[in-house]
Design a protein around this ligand. Structure first.
Ligand SMILES: C[S@@+](CC[C@H](N)C(=O)[O-])C[C@H]1O[C@@H](n2cnc3c(N)ncnc32)[C@H](O)[C@@H]1O
Length: 284
């Protein structure tokens, strides 16, 4: 486990990197369950509404969605299927998963997701992450139609990723890393020819100016959506809480009753092209 990609200066979030790239997702979701992980629940409610508003505005029957830093694909999974975060977290509490091989988990999960696919859903989902095994899991169980194991913070996008991004309509991100990867965000947006909307769920204190500048400099209006800050996960320890409170306060966030209660809190940022940045009051 490392912290904030090893940067001493910028320690905010404990990164569970030892479980980000396993052959199946069960250890990851058990750890998230244990950590009181809630972001995907709140964020995906906003992602679904954003997707519907975008489809309405552009007259799209199907939307091409990129799950940025997707890991095993919880954002795409909850958008594509009739299920909740609690369904996913609850599933891996079953002791069957203690001994099951990755192949067995993948087969069982493929069946499970297959039986929960939203009937009206024609959207296409892709995962982008550096975690190649997590992405393979997401493809094998039917969460993703395509996946790209690439580090756009370090390298240009492959041709196949550029082709996919050229037709991307919506970028979603719910693990609070997009704002820490401004270089990757810039490469994604530069390859995207349809001017996708971007909705992210950064932890308060993690909402960096650099990522926001990347979006604004490409003609996007970036807004913090008017939904109350929501729980991301429980703090691992008192040090993490103290750092989180200091970081949130440094960005002028009021932390009493929020981070003071023992949880990271996140919020939703929406970025849209200037000519589409109308009011969100009626659809959120
Ligand atoms: C906190 S996890 C969130 C995963 C997923 N969105 C979720 O909510 O379960 C952060 C993810 O960022 C990924 N990541 C880290 N650096 C990355 C990079 N340069 N490009 C893409 N993904 C990256 C990690 O592999 C990990 O899957």
């Amino acid at each position: 486990m490392i912290e904030n990609q090893g940067s001493d200066k910028q320690k905010i979030v404990t990164i569970f990197d030892d479980i980000y790239n396993l052959e199946d997702c069960s250890a990851y979701f058990r750890a998230m369950d244990h950590a009181g992980f809630r972001t995907a629940h709140h964020a995906v409610a906003g992602f679904r509404k954003t997707r519907d508003a975008l489809a309405r505005l552009r007259g799209l029957e199907a939307v091409n969605v990129m799950d940025f830093a997707s890991g095993y694909g919880i954002a795409a999974a909850l958008m594509r299927h009739d299920m909740t975060l609690d369904d996913v977290l609850g599933r891996y509490r079953d002791t069957w998963f203690d001994q099951a091989s990755a192949a067995k988990v993948i087969a069982a999960d493929a069946k499970w997701y297959g039986s929960h696919r939203r009937r009206d859903m024609k959207d296409s989902f892709a995962g982008l992450d550096i975690a190649d095994r997590a992405l393979s899991y997401g493809c094998d169980v039917g969460i993703f139609d395509a996946a790209f194991a690439e580090d756009l913070q370090a390298n240009a996008a492959s041709e196949s990723l550029q082709r996919w991004l050229a037709e991307c309509d919506l970028i979603v991100e719910c693990g609070s890393v997009a704002h820490m990867l401004p270089g990757a965000l810039a490469r994604v947006l530069d390859a995207a020819k349809r001017h996708p909307w971007v909705i992210t769920a950064p932890i308060r204190g993690n909402d960096t100016a650099e990522a926001i500048e990347v979006m604004q400099s490409r003609g996007m209006v970036v807004e913090v959506l008017d939904v109350p800050p929501f729980r991301h996960r429980r703090f691992a320890d008192a040090d993490e809480q103290a750092r989180a409170i200091a970081n949130a306060r440094a960005r002028d966030h009021e932390t009493d009753g929020l981070e003071s209660e023992g949880y990271f809190h996140a919020q939703l940022y929406l970025a849209r092209p200037r000519d589409e940045a109308g009011t969100v009051v009626n659809w959120l």
